[in-house]
Design a protein. Structure first.
Length: 227
């Protein structure tokens, strides 16, 4: 099923009902790592809402099955966080025709880059790179895609007279934010719930997203007052 067909897949639930085990069986060829805890976590996050028998067992309609399939496809193929997928599905449920969320995948996300490749990809010079490394903004040896993005940003900021040394406060704030996130994640991961790992990753992404909103709004509030 293509994600572009999503707008037409959630009519009133009818037809055959499936157990959670049957859902996994039907989707196993496409998602071999799918587990009951993963599907239950999607329900916990409000993305899918199966019916319940009088005994409390979950029952999934064909439409629920397609919904789970779409969620997993958007996660796998477009690297979308669950909160973005939920907003998209909520809009579909409300009868809207939202645009399919943009692919948030970072190119070469698992690849390591050499120093030569970092400089070639970002255009950063040796002096600025060394300064960024000394302030902990960019790694020391093998580089990740995020290092390239930071290097590009530093190059752009140079025209405003902003260098790596001016951004020490950002690095300190990020470290503090990571400490808060790690505290939440660790407490969740200690739970014996099979879905704890998925829940921890989702919580970390959500907290980071809300931190970003707060930072952006605090800065925007000042910028908006500039005459």
């Amino acid at each position: 099923m293509s994600a572009n067909e999503a707008a037409n897949i959630f009519p009133v639930r009818t037809g055959k009902l499936h157990t959670i085990g049957r859902v996994i069986e039907l989707l196993r060829s496409e998602f071999p790592d799918l587990s009951p805890s993963k599907i239950r976590f999607l329900e916990e996050q409000g993305l899918v809402n199966p019916m319940r028998t009088e005994s409390g067992y979950r029952k999934y309609s064909d439409q629920d099955l397609e919904r789970v399939q779409l969620i997993l496809q958007l996660q796998r193929d477009k690297f979308l966080p669950l909160r973005v997928i939920k907003t998209y599905l909520d809009d579909l449920d409300a009868g809207k025709q939202p645009a399919l969320p943009a692919d948030t995948r970072r190119p070469s996300v698992n690849r390591k880059f050499t120093k030569v490749e970092l400089i070639a990809e970002s255009g950063i010079n040796e002096t600025l790179l060394a300064e960024a490394q000394s302030h902990g903004l960019i790694g020391k040896d093998q580089f990740e895609y995020g290092d390239i993005e930071i290097a590009r940003a530093l190059m752009s900021l140079q025209r405003f007279g902003i260098s790596a040394r001016h951004l020490r406060g950002i690095k300190t704030a990020v470290d503090r934010d990571l400490g808060l996130i790690q505290g939440v994640v660790n407490s969740v991961k200690r739970q014996k719930d099979p879905a704890a790992k998925s829940r921890a990753a989702s919580y970390a992404a959500e907290i980071e997203s809300q931190f970003a909103v707060i930072r952006a709004e605090l800065i925007r509030a000042v910028i908006d007052k500039i005459d």
